[in-house]
Design a protein around this ligand. Structure first.
Ligand code: SF4
Length: 402
């Protein structure tokens, strides 16, 4: 079965995020909203479809450029689950605008005009599973690998080992994926420069196109946080963290990856369009429990509770929190999102969206960082320097409006 909706080229438009809150097991560091029980899966898929119908006008007909199935673990869904959702997406007309202009536009993997991403756990990636997905329109896969070191993977309570992770990437390549992203993690207790470099080298040997790398965070309420409180683990030394990040930038940049956002690296042309939309202010519709939406003026947070989400959708309501974005929040969001990118913040866009005064304020606040060479002003852009990346939070908070 092929889905006929066509995601249009070029222009940056809107995106759809679908949250799949199911995981087979719980990783020790994870505070994402997900459940290890699959008992509500069918009801949840039905609720996702109903939410799509309820909110089909949210983006007011803006053309959809990207669709992203994130989690949780989307690869816990079967091909039939995706078919059910994608058929509803097509039926609601959310993605149909281009089809009307270009009759018979089929979205096939070989054409891949734009992005439909599935996040997957290495352990779920088997030839049988990818065979079952082969007629679905995914043209990008993001695999939660985290490390190619077995001891580190065991510590994180991941389901896979290094060999399985390597195998998973190869299976994706065998099944035609040529836009593969992997997540990696650094700053783990007991991780050394040697194991981190080995992980990076292994990643480079696998001919992937995109790497997202995150420092381990001790989020409250996680098992990891408990271990820290009980002094059963010792966090990595801060200097070593900085060295790991610095080494990663050197290794990846020397091997053809562009560092395009603080935590993201891509081969030319393989930047994540979906995630980039969060950093350039593109509107998006978030479907599912705990999903966020943004239409330029208002932010919505769906309720992070499986039962309540299903129940409210079945009653024809959307249980969500709403935040109307005032000028101050809009300006601060602009700083936060644009300064995360290595391209930086376009000062002309800042003036256009927030006025001359805000631009002057921002430049005044940036002065000391420009002098300290942690921020560079060049060609009407303000961006972090390499030195600035390490203190990015402090810089951004200096640029914020009080
Ligand atoms: S697979 Fe991802 S979402 Fe699930 S528990 Fe692990 S980190 Fe969290």
């Amino acid at each position: 079965m092929y889905f006929k909706f066509c995601i249009p080229l070029a222009q940056v438009m809107a995106g759809i995020y679908i949250h799949i809150p199911f995981c087979k097991t719980r990783c020790v560091y994870c505070d994402f909203f997900s459940s290890t029980s699959m008992s509500k899966k069918t009801q949840y898929i039905e609720a996702l479809c109903k939410e799509l119908e309820l909110r089909k006008d949210y983006l007011k007909g803006e053309e959809i450029q990207t669709v992203y199935f994130g989690g949780g673990t989307p690869s816990q869904l079967s091909a039939d689950d995706f078919v059910r959702f994608l058929a509803t997406l097509e039926m609601t007309g959310i993605c149909k605008s281009r089809k009307e202009k270009k009759k018979g536009c089929h979205f096939e993997r070989s054409e891949k005009p734009n992005e439909i991403t599935i996040e997957a756990n290495p352990d779920d990636i088997t030839p049988e599973y990818l065979e079952s997905l082969k007629n679905l329109p995914f043209n990008r896969i993001s695999i939660g690998i985290q490390s190619f070191n077995d001891a580190e993977l065991r510590f994180l309570n991941r389901r896979h080992n290094a060999q399985k992770a390597i195998q998973a990437i190869k299976i994706c390549q065998d099944y035609g994926f040529s836009n593969i992203s992997i997540d990696l993690m650094y700053g783990l207790p007991n991780q050394t420069m040697i194991t981190w470099e080995d992980t990076l080298k292994q990643a480079l040997s696998l001919n992937i196109q995109h790497i997202s790398a995150y420092h381990l965070i001790y989020e409250e309420g996680t098992k990891l946080h408990g271990l820290l409180n009980q002094r059963k683990i010792v966090p990595v030394d801060e200097d070593l963290s900085v060295e790991m990040f610095s080494k990663m930038m050197d290794i990846l940049e020397n091997n053809g990856f562009e560092h395009y956002e603080i935590s993201n690296f891509a081969k030319p042309g393989f930047e994540s369009k979906h995630n980039s939309s969060y950093w350039n202010g593109t509107h998006y519709l978030g479907i599912g429990a705990a999903a966020h939406s943004f239409n330029g003026k208002v932010r919505h947070w769906n309720i992070p509770n499986l039962d309540k989400y299903i129940q409210s959708i079945n009653q024809g309501n959307l249980s969500s929190e709403v935040e109307v974005i005032g000028e101050k929040e809009a300006y601060n969001d602009f700083i936060l999102t644009r300064m995360r990118t290595m391209k930086g913040m376009d000062l002309n866009e800042l003036e256009l969206l927030h006025g001359k005064e805000k631009k002057a304020y921002c430049l005044q606040q940036a002065k000391k960082h420009i002098q300290n060479q942690t921020v560079l002003q060049e060609n009407d852009f303000l961006r972090l320097t390499r030195k600035g990346i390490f203190i990015s939070d402090g810089i951004m908070s200096d640029l914020f409006s009080a």
